[in-house]
Write a new protein. Structure first.
Length: 245
């Protein structure tokens, strides 16, 4: 049963009790750009790409509950400019060399760059040197591409019930840690069937020896923009079909 109505960019949107703004907007077929949000997991609220203006104040659509009568702005020049800056900052904070990355064409960060018309990095690249974990026979973790969205952490904990990952450190020293005594993936019970291995929105967590199984031209965002692809897959996911792309 609907428990109220809000407006998003002038469109009246019904919502159900307990829904967040992004859940109500997805249900209504309105895309709010996002990175660390996935409707299958608890919200994380870390990337801020989903920032919207609610009754005059900016907040994260993935964590803010839907409330009757909210007036929400999403597709404004100011908010898209903020999102654009966040994406540029994420690009320079890691090593995201799209032409040489096997996730190209299926990467949310790259697709959001296109969606927001990003044409340069603007900031000085940081070229980090973070530890690569290639210890597992089937799974590779390239921390230089990790955007710390926490999706693998939540998937491993909430769906796989393995708790293989954690977010450690603070600020620029934050990193994705592995919950094993050695700190290596090979000493966890993670396997390629796990949801955590397939949920990474960038090319940080990958299954080995699968790089070109899906040829360029047929990848997730090759035909349609992220706004369509995400809406479609998140509406499917509400209906019980899981596809992380
Ligand atoms: S490895 Fe991927 S899913 Fe995990 S925190 Fe980093 S970017 Fe997110
Ligand atoms: S998608 Fe809402 S903060 Fe990342």
């Amino acid at each position: 049963m609907n428990s109220g109505y809000l407006t998003i960019d002038g469109r009246i949107v019904p919502f159900e009790k307990g829904q967040t703004i992004i859940e109500a907007s997805t249900r209504a077929g309105i895309y709010i750009p996002h990175l660390c949000h996935n409707p299958d997991f608890e919200p994380h609220g870390s990337c801020k790409v989903c920032t919207v203006n609610v009754n005059g104040r900016n907040c994260s659509a993935c964590t803010m509950p839907a409330v009757d009568g909210q007036n929400i702005l999403s597709q404004t020049e100011a908010l898209n400019s903020l999102r654009h800056t966040i994406i540029q900052m994420l690009f320079v904070e890691g090593n995201h060399f799209c032409p040489g990355c096997e996730k190209t064409g299926s990467c949310d960060l790259q697709a959001l760059g296109y969606y927001l018309n990003m044409t340069d990095l603007h900031f000085e690249p940081m070229f980090p040197h973070r530890e690569v974990d290639a210890s597992h026979p089937d799974i590779l973790l390239d921390r230089d591409r990790c955007i710390l969205c926490g999706l693998c952490v939540r998937a491993s904990k909430e769906i796989d019930l393995k708790d293989a990952f954690g977010l450690s450190g603070r600020g620029l020293k934050s990193y994705l840690s592995i919950n094993s005594e050695s700190g290596l993936l090979r000493d966890t019970d993670i396997s390629i069937e796990d949801r955590a291995v397939h949920v990474c929105p960038v090319g940080a967590l990958l299954v080995k020896r699968k790089a070109y199984e899906i040829p360029i031209g047929k990848r997730l965002y090759d035909a349609d923009p992220i706004s369509w692809v995400r809406l479609r897959s998140e509406l499917d996911s509400e209906e019980g079909c899981v596809d992380d792309g």
